[in-house]
Design a protein around this ligand. Sequence first.
Ligand code: CAA
Length: 377
Amino acid sequence: MDFNITPDQLDLRTMVQEFVAKEITPFALEMDKEGKMYPGLLQKIDEVGLLNLVVPEEYDGPGLDTITIALLYEELGKGCAGVATSIAANALAGYPVLLLGTEEQKEKFFSVINEGKLAAFALTEPGAGSDAGAVATTAVKDGDDYILNGTKCFITNAALADIFIIFANTRKSAGIRGLTAFIVKRGTPGFTVGKEEEKMGIRASNTCELILEDVRIPAANRIGREGEGFKIAMKTLDAARPLVGAVSVGIAQSAFDLCVKYAKERKQFGKPIGSFQLVQAMIADMAMQIEASRLLVYKACWLKDQGLPYTKESALAKCYASDSAMKVTTDAVQVMGGYGYSKEYMAEKYMRDAKIMQIYEGTNQIQRLVIANNILY
Ligand code: CAA
C-alpha cells in the first residue's frame, strides 16, 4: 500500500487548487443564486485542461489514472459542486465510448471534448430512474440509420452540451436486453432541449429535459451491439460513482474547514465554541467521516486502475461519501447556527449541494442494493 501522492499528482492538484481558489470559489454563491456558471468560466476550465480528464493520451487527452482524476474532482467539489457536476458529465458521457466505442467513434467523440465542449449522458426518463432498464425511448432501424423517439429528463449539461450519449430501446419486448447506446450530436433535426429544472443545489450546473422526435442518426453512431446498452450503462456508472464520492468529499471538506474556523473564532459564554465538548464531538465525527470517505474513494479508484472488479467498492465509495457529505454539511450548519443557515455564507449551499450526491448516479438505496447483491450472490 502506498498513500504517497506522486510529484505529478501534487503539481496537478496544486494547479487545480489555485484555479479553483481564483476562478470558482469566489463566484460560487453568485453562480448558485443565478443558477448558472458565469460567462467565460467554461472556457477557463478548458484552458486549464479540466474538461477532458478521462480522455486517454492516444486520443490527445491527459491519460490520467482514476485516482488522479478523483484528487482533482475533490478540489472542484471544494469550490463548487455545481461546476464539478458539469465537468463530471463529460466523464460520465466519455466512459461508454471508452468502454465499447470503435476507433472512429473514439476519435470523433474525444475530439469534441478536447475542443473544450461539454457532453451529456442521457439515460434517465420520467418512467426510468432507479429502474434504468425501463427506458421507453425507442430506436428503430431504418436502412443505415436509426430513428429515435422519446423523452429524457434530469440531463446534466443538456442545454450546453455538443454531444450526447442517448440510451434507447431497439427491441421493446426484450426489456433491458433491448437497451442500446447511441452518440447523438446537438443540432440533429428533431432533437430539442425541454424545460430547465429549478434545482435545490448544484445550481451552477444545467439540468434539462431532452425531447427526441424522429431523430435520424447513422447506425455508425451505435455504441456496441444492439442490446448491450444496459451493461454499458452499468459499467459506466461503476466508473463514475467513485467520482461522485470524490466531489462529495470535496463538499464535506469545505463545510468542515468553514465550521472549524468558525468554532475557533465564535465566542459564547466567554469562550470559543470549539472549546465545548459537544461541538468537539461533532467536529471529531466529521473528521472521521471525511477521512473514511476519502479512503473508500481512493480504494475504488485504485481497484479500477488495477483492472480488478470494483462494482461493490464503487457503490460503497459513492454511498458512504455522499451520506457523509450530507451529515457533515448538516452538522456544519448546526455548529454555525444562524450564520450556517444564512444565505450570506457557504454552509447552507454545501448542505443543499450534498443532497443530490445521495440521489444522482443511482440513489443511495440503489447503492445499498448493489453492495448487498455483490456480497450475497
Ligand atoms: N457491470 C456489468 N454488468 C452489470 C452490472 C455491472 N455493474 N450490473 C448489472 N449488470 C448486468 C447483470 O449481470 C445482468 O446481466 P445478465 O442478465 O446477463 O446476467 C443485467 O445487467 C441485469 O442486472 P440486474 O438484474 O442486477 O438489473 P436490475 O434491473 O435489477 O437493475 C440496478 C440493477 C442496480 C437497480 C440498476 O438498474 C441501477 O443501477 N439503477 C440506478 C440507475 C442509475 O444509477 N441512474 C443514474 C442515471 S445517470 C445520472 O444520474 C447522471 C446525472 O445526471 C449526473
